[in-house]
Write a new protein. Structure first.
Ligand SMILES: [Fe+2]
Length: 386
């Protein structure tokens, strides 16, 4: 059977047994010790045991990147490269760019459209020296909302009143460090955030609030380049295949750890090869964390194929990059054309505090003629009884 999420995996966004504190309103939060050490207490994670969200249903999505200037002149008036007031440089030829001298908080709507297109084109865009965190959770929500509806996670921690913020908080405790490698030899866990959602999480913003001197890098891999590297025969083999993605194991692990469930877990079927509506590029859409099976194949067949595809994306360092976080770095990524992994390599009990906001994009399609078609894959859902 295809690999499933590791039940012993450490996930800093989920409830930990060391999160023993309570807010004034009765929600769970991090321990008093960690609250006192936190530099941004307004962003600390909370879990309200009485909070419930309805199930997501299909929603049309029109990517802001489709409104962009093809030359991105609203975002980069002088073009790419180095200029007096800003610079834009590629991190690797096919994945990632780094921007200096532009404040996300000051962008016009037209510049945000260009930003959506640029992130779709480059997969990962790193903005240095941002003033983003100073405005508090509301300013982050206001910024991201321009691009579409913001995803509310079923089980992760969020600041009270801001369920759109998915907080990653690793506490300063020996217990949390000890737990990471208790049953694992590494912390690498490649995934696309919440790929089990019907409308896929698309444009994603991640900002670090409090970081250690070293440790906690994030790894990214391009699923566009991973697809392009395949032979024509393998590309042909993958066409028309679909993957079942599920959050059932994530919900169970969280419940076992004492966490809350705001929305019932879900499972959805998505094409193995997706097309990005902005760039029109094909890319693989699968990840070990939430992918469960290829619905058209028998178990032995899908084990063989998934094993190759996971290895292909996860081990090819020549289609990957690694972000080293700094104070006031904000990263935007396309959660469909890339996968990513945390790197939990800390050697001492220090806080790492960050948050993520994700815009809900289109329902994934293998052919753009089905974009925003609510009946897409209806027969497959009926076949599987979901
Ligand atoms: Fe993630």
């Amino acid at each position: 059977m295809a690999p499933v999420a590791d039940t012993d995996k450490y996930d800093a966004s989920q409830f930990q047994k060391s999160h023993v504190g309570r807010t004034k309103s009765g929600s769970y939060t991090v321990s008093k010790h960690n609250r006192e050490l936190a530099l941004y207490p307004e962003y600390l994670p909370t879990w309200n045991p009485h909070q419930k969200f309805p199930a997501y249903t299909f929603a049309e999505y029109h990517d802001k990147g489709l409104l962009a200037d093809p030359e991105l002149k609203n975002l980069f008036p002088g073009g790419l490269g180095t200029h007096d007031d800003y610079s834009v440089k590629r991190i690797t030829p096919r994945l990632g760019s780094e921007v200096h001298g532009i404040q996300l908080s000051q962008l016009s709507d037209a510049a945000k459209n260009d930003l959506a297109r640029f992130v779709a084109e480059r997969g990962v865009v790193v903005f240095k020296n941002q003033d983003f965190n100073d405005g508090g959770p509301q300013s982050a929500v206001d910024f991201a909302r321009y691009f579409g509806s913001l995803y509310k996670h079923a089980t992760s921690g969020s600041p009270e009143g801001y369920p759109e913020l998915h907080v990653c908080f690793r506490g300063a405790s020996e217990e949390e460090i000890a737990g990471v490698f208790a049953n694992r030899t590494n912390s690498i866990s490649w995934h696309s955030d919440c790929s089990y959602a019907l409308n896929a999480l698309q444009l994603t913003l991640f900002s670090c609030l409090q970081i250690p001197e070293a440790g906690g890098d994030t790894l990214f891999a391009s699923t566009v380049e991973a697809y392009n590297r395949l032979s024509p025969a393998m590309k042909e083999r993958l066409e028309g295949l679909h993957v079942l993605h599920s959050s059932i194991e994530q919900a169970r692990n969280n419940r076992d750890a004492g966490g809350i469930t705001r929305r019932e877990p879900e499972a959805n079927i998505h094409p193995l090869v997706r097309v990005n509506p902005v760039t029109k590029q094909k890319h693989l859409y699968l990840n070990k964390e939430f992918g469960r099976r290829i619905v058209e194949l028998k178990e032995d067949e899908l084990d063989y194929l998934l094993s190759f595809l996971y290895d292909h994306v996860e081990k090819a360092q020549d289609l990957q990059l690694r972000i080293r976080w700094e104070e006031n770095t904000v990263v935007l990524w396309n959660n469909s054309t890339t996968i990513h992994s945390p790197c939990v390599d800390f050697d001492e009990p220090v806080i790492r505090h960050a948050y993520r906001i994700s815009v809900m994009g289109e329902r994934p399609v293998g052919d753009l003629q089905y974009l925003n078609d609510p009946d897409y894959l209806k027969e497959k859902y009926e076949q599987l009884g979901i």
